[in-house]
Write a protein that binds this ligand. Structure first.
Ligand SMILES: [Zn+2]
Length: 90
């Protein structure tokens, strides 16, 4: 079995895969899937580490949603911080 036809995350054998080092456009920004896995899940992936470099579309969607949710929380946090500063300055 070819390791690159297996999802690195859920280990499913499928043809519908995305390369972890490919770039995706999310909210107008170009982000590498490996960066999403690193920032959301603290999973550091290097090329040629012996594991599959692909994830299936289901895992990709989950990673993308997690990334978006993280962005949302960060944006809310920043807004709160800005508001606190605003309240202090008043
Ligand atoms: Zn998967």
């Amino acid at each position: 079995m070819e390791s690159n036809k297996i999802c690195r995350s859920c280990l499913r054998n499928t043809e519908n895969l995305r390369n972890i080092f490919s770039t995706e456009e999310i909210l107008g920004q170009h982000v590498q899937l490996s960066e999403i896995l690193a920032s959301c899940f603290s999973v550091l992936i290097t090329k040629n580490d012996g594991y599959s470099e692909n994830i299936c579309l289901k895992c990709f969607q989950l990673a993308k949603l997690s990334y978006l949710f993280r962005k949302l929380l960060k944006a809310l946090q920043q807004r709160k911080t800005c508001r606190e500063h605003y309240d202090i300055l008043r």
